[in-house]
Design a binder for this molecule. Structure first.
Ligand SMILES: Nc1ncnc2c1ncn2[C@@H]1O[C@H](COP(=O)(O)OP(=O)(O)O)[C@@H](O)[C@H]1O
Ligand SMILES: O=P(O)(O)OC[C@H](O)CO
Length: 501
């Protein structure tokens, strides 16, 4: 048996907002083994979110070792690693010591709101939208990176001298896994930085100048499916994609018009638009995704900041549930939310509102409201936010979705999926294979090293486990949704502007 025949597995490393996971796939793209570790969230101020990059690397390395050990595999048996990651989260590290100079500033963090306001005052909003496909919001890496360079003493100078490197989580992990040899990212992650021209596929000189970012610290940008380097143990790293683009690929939405919604910490609805970089007039982002071979394709994206995190808030802060799974039981105990709306604008509102000043609120409280109603309202808020996004995206794309493909941790919740179908008036399709993010990264890595010849070999994998049919009558659906829109309008522009930075 030759060496390559002996390599019968691909490992996907899925570095998410709340946990690091490693998933091993066999040649039939079946999951052989999964290992997962949660890591600490840091909230140093209201609206700020940080991670420790060393903890991210430590948990990600640990789960890879754990998964291999559980499966009884040696690293020699792995053909390649695919990396997929929470996007936008920004790390700056010292090239020599290999240590970050500041905690990672997480995609949800609002600390660069004032930098965005300045960009708007200076008239850069249109340029940012035309060039990077993004809205001027603290969500993206560019203003987070500027914040670090402005606030960590001497860092801009050190970056100019080539002593510091910048990366999103994919770059950070690859740099660490290759022992400091490889400093790369891929087009999908680069397209989330606000520093990258999505049309010419290059770092954008004007954005670097406007944000005063030294070019020396940027990673080389590569395709999503190629061999970038090897881990210290010799495994090829062959795929990189931001987690939402990886999920789109894993759901095989590689042709124009195909879309998926992922329900994780946030909710991310992406629609592939092929070679056409569609410009939104309804608050969607234009972003880079992957075509059938992992090549550059464009997508429209609606990003909702707080989806499953709303359920975590019920569990960790309010402590009214023990486990995310219990929400289904409590929400189903009551016939409706009793007029309660929860708007989880904990870190402002993303698409289609883009309001960093919005803050969360509960509306419609009366004396008869019980915890069950609040739990139900929390789940309903996830579905309402998805409706906001889908309505906007359908107006931009001119396409009406026949069915919404879903994935992510929260799709296990049958109540949520049914309410989603009801409030959209559209069928919701839940796949049998829920690990679509990891699967997408595995496919990209497997295609790069010839483990799989083409996606066509794997089409049979896209099996629907359950369809949720809309069952709510039109008038009722629209009345509920009108209540949601009213609630959202009351949360807008809540935080005073001068206190947001
Ligand atoms: N049964 C459930 N009902 C509702 N929400 C759930 C359920 N299971 C998990 N979640 C939520 O889904 C999220 C985890 O999904 P995952 O896709 O792993 O997220 P991420 O990649 O963002 O870390 C958590 O925010 C959790 O609260
Ligand atoms: O870690 P997730 O799955 O919540 O995804 C985070 C997104 O990539 C942020 O843009």
């Amino acid at each position: 048996m030759t060496d390559s025949q002996n390599k019968n597995y691909i490992i996907a490393l899925d570095q998410g907002t709340t946990s690091s996971r490693a998933i091993i796939f066999d040649r039939d793209a079946n999951v052989v083994c999964t290992a997962q570790r949660e890591f600490q969230q840091h909230y140093p101020q209201a609206g700020w979110v940080e991670h420790d990059p060393m903890e991210i690397f430590a948990t990600q390395s640990a789960v890879m070792v754990e998964a291999l050990a559980q499966a009884g595999l040696h690293h020699d048996q792995v053909a390649a690693i695919g990396i997929t990651n929470q996007r936008e989260t920004t790390v700056v590290w010292d090239k020599i010591s290999g240590r970050p100079i500041y905690n990672a500033i997480v995609w949800q963090c609002r600390r660069s709101t004032e930098i965005c306001e300045q960009l708007k005052r200076d008239g850069h909003e249109q340029y940012i939208s035309d060039t990077t496909g993004l809205v001027t919001d603290p969500y993206f890496s560019g203003t987070k990176l500027k914040w670090i360079l402005d606030n960590v003493e001497g860092s801009r100078e050190r970056a100019r001298n080539g002593e510091l490197l910048f990366g999103t989580i994919d770059s950070w992990l690859i740099w660490k896994f290759t022992g400091g040899k490889t400093h790369v990212t891929d087009y999908t992650n680069a397209s989330r930085t606000m520093l990258f021209n999505i049309h010419t596929l290059e770092w954008d000189s004007k954005m670097l100048e406007v944000l005063d970012i030294p070019r020396e610290m940027l990673p080389e940008v590569k395709s999503s499916s190629e061999i970038y380097g090897r881990t210290k143990s010799g495994i090829a790293i062959g795929g990189i994609a931001g987690d939402q683009q990886a999920a789109l690929f894993g759901q095989m939405c590689v042709e124009p018009g195909q879309a998926k919604n992922t329900y994780g910490t946030g909710c991310f609805l992406l629609m592939n638009t092929g070679t056409n970089a569609v410009k939104s007039t309804h608050g969607m982002l234009t972003t880079i995704a992957c075509g059938p071979k992992g090549e550059v394709a464009y997508a429209l994206e609606g990003a909702v900041f707080n989806g499953g995190s709303t359920v975590q808030w019920l569990r960790d802060e309010l402590k009214i549930i023990n486990d995310a799974h219990d929400t289904e039981y409590f929400a189903s105990k009551v016939k409706d939310s009793n007029g309660v709306y929860l708007v989880p604008a904990f870190t402002g509102l993303g698409a289609p509102y883009w309001d960093p000043y919005a803050r969360g609120a509960l509306f419609g409280l009366t004396r008869g409201v019980r915890v069950d109603h609040i739990i139900r309202a929390a789940l309903e808020s996830i579905a309402y936010q998805t409706r906001d996004v889908l309505d906007a995206m359908q107006q931009d794309s001119g396409e009406r979705l026949k069915a919404l493909r879903v994935d992510g941790g929260a799709v296990a919740n049958n109540f949520l999926m049914q309410f989603q179908a009801d409030i959209l008036g559209t069928m919701v399709e839940r796949p049998q294979m829920r690990e679509t993010t990891a699967l997408g990264a595995a496919y990209l890595a497997g295609l790069a090293c010839g483990f799989w010849g083409s996606l066509d070999e794997l089409r049979g994998k896209a099996v629907i486990e359950r369809e949720f049919e809309p069952a709510l009558e039109e008038a009722c659906k629209e009345k509920l949704y009108a209540g949601w829109k009213k609630a959202v309008s009351r949360t807008r522009d809540w935080e005073p502007h001068e206190e947001s930075h």
